[in-house]
Design a protein around this ligand. Structure first.
Ligand code: EPU
Length: 342
């Protein structure tokens, strides 16, 4: 038998998105188990509605009221599954808070997720955009996940290849993954752990702190300190982290740009392409710290758009479009937003 559901109507989503945009949903259901998810999908009153599966709401821009049902993933649970071939497998349910989960793994004596400390959002959202920071991406520590297939009503186990991870991207952001709802994620953490200090800023922070061989907890503390210094706390200033992806251009195009802009920040990729720093491009266009209506560019990091208070989706969109236009005009580079527009 399917469980009873508590369906809320005309529900404010302001506290469900880190941008703090006050849009409303026609219906809202908190999902605390796979059985509740199945019940929500089978519920006749919701059957004809558009669906939005929401985690921590840290990677969305609500462009207006949502005329449909929001399924707010709140499935909880985490466990150490045991050792397999040099790794310890740990599983967490989709509704677990990401940073709390990272701290929990560290408390179990397990390293591997520390570079991803303090990223807002939930465990279930981590694979969707292959969250990454300070030289580590979800795909590097990923084992598998369980997804609920809304078309067949069945649970499906998916490995990394099936998830098609790429830079801030996965199958879940594309049509092929649209009917899949992630219910839990399993990570493979190295049994023999070594710090990953390949990201220059992190290595520098370790050196400055006099940490030659930091522990996983110490790396986590360093990452938390860097993030607190550069990124706004969504609980205080509404934002969705990096608003744009770092654009990737051909080596040839990068060389042309460098000839005109010698200070251009760029990082060579394994395939010969070059990743440009969107924050630098936006900064150079003079947008850092500037506002357009109720939306603004964070003064300490030009890649982050913020809600100055009372911003609506259209304010954020107008600011994003103005930035994109300026960067395109000056550098001929098209910026691509990272969050999903709803
Ligand atoms: N820069 C500027 N001005 C700015 C911001 C950045 O000149 O206002 C320059 C910096 O000096 C640096 C370069 O741009 O040379 C890159 O900046 P940074 O190292 O801070 O990283 P990022 O490219 O801005 C990316 C991720 C972040 C992640 C950090 C650390 C993307 C879109 N963003 O930011 O991810 O935390 O690296 O790994 O890939 C997120 O996705 O929400 C996010 C915060």
């Amino acid at each position: 038998m399917l469980p009873d559901l508590a369906i809320s109507h005309d529900f404010s989503l302001q506290t469900c998105n880190t941008f703090g945009i006050d849009a409303r949903a026609r219906c809202y259901v908190k999902i605390a188990s796979v059985a509740e998810l199945a019940a929500a999908l089978a519920e006749p009153r919701l059957a004809s509605m558009r669906r939005l599966v929401l985690g921590g709401g840290s990677n969305i821009v609500l462009t207006g009221d949502f005329d449909g049902v929001v399924l707010h993933m709140a499935i909880k649970g985490r466990e150490v599954l045991g050792e397999r071939g040099g790794h310890t497998l740990v599983r967490a349910a989709a509704g677990e808070n990401w940073h709390e989960f990272v701290k929990w793994t560290l408390a179990q004596g397990l390293g591997g997720l520390e570079n991803l400390s303090l990223i807002p959002g939930t465990v279930g959202a981590a694979p969707i955009q292959n969250i990454g920071a300070y030289g580590v991406e979800t795909k590097d520590v990923f084992h598998s996940l369980t997804a609920y297939d809304t078309a067949s009503g069945e649970l499906r186990s998916m490995d990394a290849e099936q998830c098609r991870f790429a830079y801030r991207d996965s199958v879940f952001k594309h049509a092929a993954g649209a009917g899949l709802v992630i219910v839990d994620v399993t990570f493979a953490l190295p049994t023999v752990w070594q710090p990953n200090l390949r990201y220059a800023e992190l290595a520098q922070a370790a050196q400055q702190a006099g940490l030659l061989a930091p522990s996983a907890r110490e790396v986590s503390d360093l990452v938390v300190a860097i993030r607190r210094r550069k990124l706004p706390d969504p609980a205080v200033i509404g934002n969705a982290g990096s608003f744009f992806k770092n654009p990737v251009v051909t080596g040839e195009r990068c060389a042309e740009l460098l000839a005109r802009f010698p200070a251009l920040v760029h990082h060579a990729q394994a395939d010969g392409s070059e990743k440009l720093a969107a924050g630098w491009l936006i900064d150079q266009c003079g947008w850092k710290g500037r506002s357009l209506g109720a939306a603004g560019v964070y003064p300490k990091q030009a890649l982050v758009l913020v809600n100055n208070g009372g911003a609506r989706g259209e304010d954020v969109l107008a600011l994003a479009r103005a930035i994109e236009a300026d960067v395109a005009a000056r550098y001929g580079v098209q910026l691509e937003p990272e969050p999903v527009f709803v």
